[in-house]
Design a protein around this ligand. Structure first.
Ligand code: PFF
Length: 471
């Protein structure tokens, strides 16, 4: 970044930051779980359609609002729609960043913890059934890993060692991709991988139910870091020379590719390692990758030796930790930039303060896997579902608030800011946009988005909290 408020040094800088934010635990940890939980290929099919039809226009809108106003989400909405319901969208975004980070950092801590355990020779133990349960139930270790991760995130947001992070991201992200591909090829050579492939790739359209569509939309929003203004924030540093459609499209394609690859690794791995798995019995909980990845590496140890397999496993968990770190940075950036811009508090103080409060809330999620009864059985929904604190925060802020933010954002673009202003902003940096088929398509879809998202949002709330399925 350079100049007065700052600008990415190149278009690549924005793509790297936005892709770094998008690619994270949502892709590698979340997507395979959601796919397993929601019927496999049918979910993947709905996910891809929603990503490109509904989410991509929202990606464009966030970047356009960011670049147009050069502000954080709260400032941006206050400038474009002061004292309206839309100003609430900015505040909701800040709150989402805050609360999502509070559970995200706990899961990132698990990943980092697995790296440490493997480095200290524990791969074989981690590959045993039930070991994940033992690991997460240990409050001291997990508080330490969560704390370390939070500390690293705050350190980077404060110290602005962005250059360093950017350099590492350029190297480590492609390495993650290569490692994913190599592991996929390995798993494909194992017996029963075909069963997993069929579950993952051949859709059974009768499995497309409203809850599946709900999950696909929330997952797509979360994975693209959408609906809470993270892209408004990074968009605010985009140069007027850049073509935001091209950049937004690249980020969307990169993000969904990594998610698809993670699924292609984990889902067949489940079938190869637990051969009696069926679509009905497939495992789908927060421990999914933690249970199966160590088993994949232990299997590999039979071919390449325990030491080398441990080295690869440690390296893989480290790469996932790094992908998570580029996401936690952008999560912390949203509340921090709001406090800095609107409350006139120094950046360092703001980031440290917010980091401490988030860590305190995160403690609840650390203790929610058995260490404390209160946090493990935190709430019972009117539907009767018993939820721990981490799942509760994820339900409210990931499954419900992100789509709500996306609804407000697209409704704002369609009905308040109006499509001609959106088009004008997109056209800066993209010649011949006005009047093009692409413009007509985007302007049409942006009217459709609020309707689709609202419909899905209402269903999600009713289904999650009250177990009522309308359709
Ligand atoms: N997109 C990230 C992931 O898939 O892991 C999660 C995330 C990061 C959501 C940043 C929102 C955000 F602002």
């Amino acid at each position: 970044m350079n100049q007065a408020r700052g600008e990415w040094s190149s278009r690549f800088g924005f793509i790297l930051a936005a892709a770094g934010s998008a690619i994270g635990l949502g892709n590698i940890w979340g997507f395979p779980i959601m796919t397993a939980k929601n019927g496999g290929a049918a979910f993947v099919f709905v996910y891809l359609i929603l990503t490109f039809v509904v989410c991509f226009p929202v990606v464009m809108t966030e970047i356009a609002i960011g670049r147009h106003t050069a502000k954080n989400p709260v400032g941006a909405f206050n400038q474009l729609a002061p004292k309206s319901i839309f100003a609430f969208a900015g505040k909701l975004g800040v709150l989402c960043g805050f609360m999502i980070l509070s559970f995200y950092v706990v899961i990132a801590g698990w990943v980092f913890g697995y790296f440490v355990e493997v480095v200290s020779g524990g791969l074989q133990r981690l590959a045993q059934d039930g070991e994940f349960g033992n690991f997460v139930a240990n409050p001291y270790k997990n508080l330490m890993y969560t704390g370390l991760f939070m500390l690293a995130t705050v350190g980077i947001v404060v110290g602005g060692v962005r250059d360093g992070i950017e350099r590492w991201a350029r190297m480590l992200m492609p390495t993650l991709l290569i490692m994913l591909l190599a592991l996929i090829i390995y798993v494909m050579t194992l017996e029963n991988a075909g069963k997993g492939l069929a579950f993952y790739l051949i859709p059974d359209f009768s499995k497309i139910t409203v809850p599946v569509v709900n999950s696909a939309l929330s997952q797509a929003f979360f994975s693209l870091s959408l609906g809470m203004g993270a892209l408004i924030t990074s968009g605010s540093y985009v140069s007027k020379k850049d073509d935001i459609i091209a950049s937004g499209f690249i980020v969307t394609v990169l993000d969904s590719s990594i998610a698809l690859l993670a699924g292609l690794l984990i889902i067949p791995a489940i079938f190869t390692l637990a051969p009696d798995t069926t679509a009905e019995t497939i495992k789908a909980g927060p421990g999914l990758i933690f249970e199966f990845l160590p088993k994949v590496f232990m299997n590999l140890a039979g071919d390449v030796g325990y030491f080398f397999a441990s080295f690869l496993a440690a390296f893989f968990f480290l790469l996932i930790s790094f992908a998570a770190l580029t996401s936690t940075i952008s999560l912390l950036e949203v509340p921090t930039s709001w406090v800095v811009d609107e409350k006139k508090i120094r950046r360092k103080k703001a980031a440290v303060l917010i980091g401490v409060v988030i860590f305190i809330i995160a403690t609840g999620s650390v203790l929610a896997s058995g260490a404390s009864d209160f946090f493990t059985h935190f709430i019972t929904y009117p539907s009767g579902a018993d939820k721990d604190f981490l799942s509760f925060v994820a339900d409210v802020f990931f499954e419900m608030c992100l789509p709500l933010g996306g609804f407000l954002l697209s409704a704002f673009a369609a009905f308040r800011w109006k499509t001609h202003n959106l088009s004008k902003e997109i056209a800066v940096g993209r010649e011949h946009y006005i009047g093009s088929v692409l413009e007509k398509w985007l302007n049409f879809v942006i009217y459709l988005c609020p309707v689709i998202i609202l419909f899905i949002f209402v269903n999600t709330v009713l289904a999650k909290l009250f177990d009522i399925v309308l359709f």
